[in-house]
Design a protein around this ligand. Structure first.
Ligand code: NAD
Length: 444
């Protein structure tokens, strides 16, 4: 079996690497971050992701995964390379392709002296046209070879969700192949046939631009569901006794709607949804079309984190000088990722009102320390976080917060005021036993 090289070992690259290695594919991982490479070769995961530690250790111990900093070595010693580098946005919200361009250049240089045919698969999220107009020309320029002859390129978006990344890679809903030529699509589909054996999900084959667009449209649709439900939550909040969770449950039973992604909360965050929606808005505007619906989705999301700050103000009178416990910082449970997490806006909002902020997260404290520095206090457990607090705000729905009882708050807090930003508590019980408010829960 041909070796696979994976270029960029972040959430997508590393999880892809260990998933392939777990099915006995030989993997060479590459990253420019030497510390990351060293850690991975020692079997230690640089990120928190469910099931990753164990699978990584197994992959390294069984010698199915080995990492290096040298992209050339990896390309020369593999038959197929996946590009999984980051595509963050610049301050002007355009997508930053510097990592994609740099890795494409390295692949091109490596292919210059490689005699065998090579396959390149772009997995990073890039705007329509990028693979054909940017990646392929860079590889052709630096290799001196033609795409479709000495090498081929496909675009193959990744849909994993952080927190369940490995599970998602092993059981995807579908595989999208944006093929430069029929031959390249056949080769990639055949790799996935070997990988999934008799569990191959539906495969959609199309041109690279359509495949690139599919990734954005997918994320924009999910973001739209979230902003839609948060809009309804904000309306419910103004109607005495209305509860958005019951509304969501009821409409979710309509098969045309589906119950997924209807949870009201503080908005979407993370490294993908905010970035991808902004990129598609800006891309569309450059094409001359103003995507009003997508802009509204974004606007709702920008304002949503401040709802809990306003609720805290309403319940406490003024929050200046009050101690506010923030439970949850990661953009979602089961990850340590703080990129564009709504917790950042919540903490900023509280600090702006001169509150004393104490934070706790089961996985993201190390990342939070780099971000908030000494502006907040860090607790090492949820119970320590709420101790002596005047108010507690639930920002991320970690399972351990769901397990907290009313009594845990009542016994430890200075004043038992709980604001449920993720709708994890029973409003009837909490409202009876302590001072309680929640997103999308109308007050009397
Ligand atoms: P990340 O920032 O966590 O990781 C990217 C890695 O690439 C880093 O380790 C970086 O050091 C490395 N890198 C940068 N330049 C390199 C180079 N020239 N050679 C080798 N390595 C290099 O990114 P991520 O979250 O894994 O996302 C990767 C891509 O996948 C992005 O385009 C993202 O939008 C997309 N995506 C992400 C997710 C997600 O949940 N994180 C899901 C689907 C798609």
């Amino acid at each position: 079996m041909k070796k696979i090289s994976i270029l960029g070992l972040g959430y997508v690259g590393l999880c892809t690497a260990v998933s392939f290695a777990s099915k006995r594919f030989k993997i060479i991982g590459v990253d420019v971050n030497s510390e990351k490479v060293k850690m991975i070769n020692e079997g230690k995961a640089p990120i928190y992701e469910s099931g990753l530690d164990e699978l990584l250790k197994r992959s390294v111990d069984s010698q199915m995964l080995h990492c290096a900093e040298d992209c050339g070595y990896a390309v020369r010693n593999s038959g197929i390379s996946f590009i999984t580098v980051g595509t963050p946005y610049r301050p002007d919200v355009s997508i930053d392709l510097k990592y994609v361009k740099s890795v494409a250049k390295s692949v091109g240089n490596a292919l210059k002296n490689k005699e065998e045919y090579h396959m390149v698969v772009v997995k990073s999220t890039v705007l329509p046209g990028t693979t054909e107009k940017i990646v392929i020309p860079i590889i052709e320029k630096h290799s001196g070879k033609r795409c479709g002859l000495a090498f081929d390129v496909c675009y193959n978006p990744e849909f994993l969700r952080e927190g369940s990344a490995i599970k998602d890679i092993l059981n995807p809903d579908r595989i999208i192949i944006g093929e430069f030529s029929r031959q390249s699509g056949d080769r990639l589909e055949s790799l996935y046939r070997d990988f999934y054996e008799n569990k191959l999900p539906p495969v959609i084959r199309t041109n690279p631009s359509t495949a690139e667009l599919i990734k954005y449209v997918n994320n924009c649709f999910l973001a739209m569901k979230i902003s839609f439900m948060n809009t309804i939550a904000n309306i419910c909040q103004e109607i005495p006794e209305a509860d958005v969770t019951t509304v969501a449950k009821a409409i979710g039973l309509d098969r045309r709607i589906s119950p997924l992604f209807l949870n009201p909360g503080l908005g979407y965050g993370g490294s993908c949804l905010p970035k991808d929606i902004r990129a598609l808005v800006s891309f569309s505007q450059k094409l001359g079309y103003k995507p009003s619906l997508l802009k509204a989705v974004e606007e709702v999301n920008i304002l949503q984190p401040y709802k809990v700050v306003r609720l805290a103000n309403r319940l406490l009178g003024k929050i200046r000088g009050k101690r506010i416990a923030v439970l949850g910082l990661a953009f979602k449970p089961n990850t340590d990722d703080l990129r564009d997490a709504v917790s950042i806006e919540v903490v900023k909002g509280l600090l702006k009102e001169n509150a004393e902020v104490v934070v706790y997260d089961p996985a993201a404290i190390k990342n939070a320390e780099k971000l908030f520095k000494d502006k907040v206090r860090y607790a090492s457990t949820a119970l320590e976080c709420v101790s002596d607090a005047d108010c507690c705000i639930i920002v991320t729905e970690w399972p351990e917060f769901k397990a907290l009882k009313c009594e845990d708050f009542i016994r430890r807090m200075r004043t038992p005021v709980v604001i449920d930003g993720r709708r994890i508590y029973d409003p009837e019980e909490f409202s009876r036993k302590l001072i309680f408010a929640a997103i999308g829960l109308g007050v009397l």
